[in-house]
Design a binder for this molecule. Structure first.
Ligand code: DQA
Length: 154
C-alpha cells in the first residue's frame, strides 16, 4: 500500500517555529519518524511540502493516481482554502487531515477547518503522533491490512 504525506505552509520551519506549540522536531526528523513507522507496517510513503497553494493542489491531483491514501496537514490553508477543499473533494482516494497542535484549543479562527468536511477524518493535537494516527486511518479507509493480523473493512 502507498501513502502520500503532504505538509503545507510553514511546516518546513518545524523545529524552530513556535516550538512551544509545534515541538522541536524538524520536518526531516518528523518524516524519518513517519517513514520508519510506515516501513514496519509494509507501507510505502512519499513526502511533499510546499508553501504554495497551487503546488499543494497539483500534488493532491498527482497523488490520486499514485497513492492509496493521503495524509494532509494543510497548515493555515486549513482555515480558508476552498481551492484545497475542492481538490480533496475531486480526488477519489481517502484524505485524512492532520494537525500537530489541537486546532480546537487555540485562536478562534483555527477551530474551523474548511477542508475537514471533505476528508475522511481529522486528527488534531497529538503532535507527531497525529501523522501516525492519520496513516492508520488511511490504511483502514483504503482497505488494507494493518499487519497485526486484522484485515480492515473498506
Ligand atoms: C497546524 C495548525 C494550523 O492552524 C497552523 O496554521 C499550522 C499548523 C498544525 O499542524 O497544528 O501551520 O496545521
Amino acid at each position: 500500500m502507498k501513502a502520500l504525506v503532504i505538509h503545507g505552509p510553514n511546516l518546513n520551519l518545524l523545529g524552530s517555529r513556535e516550538p512551544h506549540i509545534y515541538g522541536t522536531l524538524t520536518l526531516d526528523s518528523l518524516n524519518e519518524q513517519i517513514r520508519s513507522w510506515a516501513l514496519a507496517r509494509h507501507l510505502q510513503v512519499t513526502f511533499f511540502q510546499s508553501n504554495h497553494e497551487g503546488a499543494l493542489i497539483d500534488r493532491l491531483h498527482e497523488g490520486a493516481g499514485t497513492s492509496d491514501f493521503i495524509v494532509l496537514n494543510p497548515g493555515a490553508f486549513t482555515h480558508y482554502s476552498y481551492a484545497i477543499r475542492d481538490a480533496v473533494a475531486s480526488i477519489g482516494i481517502p484524505v485524512i487531515e492532520v494537525h500537530l497542535s489541537n486546532i480546537h484549543s487555540r485562536e478562534e479562527f483555527r477551530a474551523r477547518s474548511v477542508i475537514a468536511p471533505v476528508c475522511r477524518a481529522q486528527i488534531s493535537g497529538a503532535g507527531s503522533m497525529s501523522y501516525m494516527l492519520g496513516m492508520m486511518a488511511g490504511m483502514h479507509f483504503a482497505g488494507g491490512a494493518l499487519h497485526d493480523g486484522t484485515e480492515k473493512e473498506k
